[in-house]
Design a protein around this ligand. Structure first.
Ligand code: CUA
Length: 319
């Protein structure tokens, strides 16, 4: 993980605007702080207690009072104006056209404690990764499957609350390819801390390639790969099928993350560990050890069952 502070490296017009608003507010506040702090220091020194001296009291200086009133008012109004300009432009809720239309390019659903990502036009569903083409403004609908979450990618956009029973919209775009860290920014239970995701911004053709790959219905493991074949059979007869979906199989439950093309994801468990056959084995052995309180119970799978599931979920291993 790099140590840079993401809000200082905006990568979208919206984040740029937030960054500049932030700089202006800090600058103005800093100047006011120095003036007020400086005057206090001067006053402390100049009017410090001296022997046998009573400070002179001043009453009713209208002009000075007026200056103290008008000056700060102008500063506050100016701050309000630049904030309002931001809210009404970059931050505006994407316009609905025609009114009542609920079309979105992406639908992101918060779950305890992971994110479901639906690529609307392509009927692709992923988890904890949001893939977008660069330089394209996408309308994202955020909703919740359970409690209040908050969708936040500091380098790309403002925060947007994810509220059960209510659809919120936000713009998402990136002006250069990259992986942008996202987080749940609203405390939502035990594993709030591991409700991370990443936005992967790709150049247009890379994005198309990614999408094509995702749209492919995964093929069944070849009969020669007994371990993977057994893994698939186990997946479809064990509890896995009660919560997960894998396209091209009868598994179509939506309680847990969709596992279609799971092998292509970078992380497991809302950013808890990097995705690899070893990590998955560790996860399957006892999800509660890695992410205590998560909705996937410890099924006390045997080593053999874990090997089978891992072989099934990493098709490249079967070649
Ligand atoms: Cu979801 Cu915090």
């Amino acid at each position: 993980m790099d140590s840079s502070i993401p809000v200082f490296e905006p990568a979208s017009p919206q984040a740029d605007a937030i960054y500049h608003l932030f700089l202006w507010v800090i600058l103005i506040s800093g100047v006011i702080f120095l003036i007020v702090g400086g005057l206090i220091v001067v006053a402390i020194y100049r009017f410090r207690a001296r022997e046998n001296e009573t400070p002179q009291a001043v009453y009713g200086d209208d002009r000075r009072e007026m200056r103290w009133l008008v000056g700060p008012t102008i500063v506050v109004l100016w701050l309000v104006a630049i904030s309002a300009k931001f809210v009404l432009t970059y931050n505006a809720v994407p316009k609905v056209d025609p009114p009542g239309d609920t079309v979105a390019d992406l639908v992101v659903t918060g779950h305890q404690w992971w994110w479901e990502v639906h690529y609307v036009g392509a009927s692709v569903i992923g988890a904890n990764e949001v893939h977008i083409p660069t330089n394209k403004r996408l309308r994202v609908k955020v909703s919740s499957a359970d409690v209040i979450h908050c969708f936040w990618v500091p380098q790309l956009a403002r925060k947007i609350d994810v509220i059960p029973g209510r659809d919120n919209y936000i713009w998402l775009e990136a002006h250069k390819p990259g992986a942008y860290q996202g987080r749940c920014a609203e405390y939502c239970g035990t594993q709030h801390a591991w409700m991370n995701f990443k936005v992967y911004a790709h150049a247009a053709d890379d994005y198309e390639r990614w999408l094509t790959q995702q749209k492919e219905v995964p093929s069944s493991p070849p009969s020669t790969h007994e371990l993977a074949v057994a893994g698939k059979a186990f997946f479809l007869t064990a509890t896995c099928i009660e919560c997960h979906t894998i396209e091209g199989t009868p598994a179509h439950a939506t309680i847990g993350p969709n596992l279609t093309h799971f092998e292509l994801r970078k992380e497991i468990g809302g950013g808890r560990i990097a995705n690899s056959p070893e990590s998955l084995a560790l996860w399957l052995k006892n999800p509660q050890a890695l992410k205590p309180g998560c909705k996937m119970p410890n099924f006390k799978l045997t080593g053999r069952q874990i090997d089978q599931l891992v072989a099934y979920l990493y098709p490249e291993n079967s070649k």
